[in-house]
Design a protein around this ligand. Sequence first.
Ligand code: S3P
Length: 175
Amino acid sequence: MVLIGFMGTGKTAVGKRLARLLGWEFVDTDAEIERLTGKSIARLFAENGEIRFRSEENLLCRRLADRERLVIATGGGMVLDPENVALLGQKGVFIKLYADPEIVVARLKGKRRERPLIGRGDLRERVLTLLREREGAYDIAEFSVDTGKQSPEESAQLIYQYLKENRYLHENGQG
Ligand code: S3P
């Protein structure tokens, strides 16, 4: 189960709740990369560059690709690399989270320091530009949830229902 979508769409918040509903393990790729490298994402970008961060993302995808009963909250740029999509798609179902750009901007205010790609300049401008550049990138998902209109708990419930209705879960609720 792979949650994808732009920054600020609630992948971590929804993912944690969904994992709880499913009784599955939860992995947040940014948090995992921070743990593995011993650096915050901001520091990793600053000291080692985006290329290094993207290579850490790719390494992590390889490690997670064949795991089951796992909810993965990806970083917003993870699925821009087709190899990552192929890896995560081996076992995972892609679910897209999205929200109105203005909601995304509001949510990202005050969180810019943690997110190097939107760290400088006019925040709204930066978000709109990145959204434009990434248009369509998240449409590989087979199910999408607008997280701007409901709580993370409600979004998690919707995804849980979808997985159940589409027979992704066994009878005991575990896939
Ligand atoms: C990124 C999104 C971030 C983080 C990094 C790059 C991106 O994750 O991986 O700052 O390229 O969109 P979130 O989507 O969890 O903010």
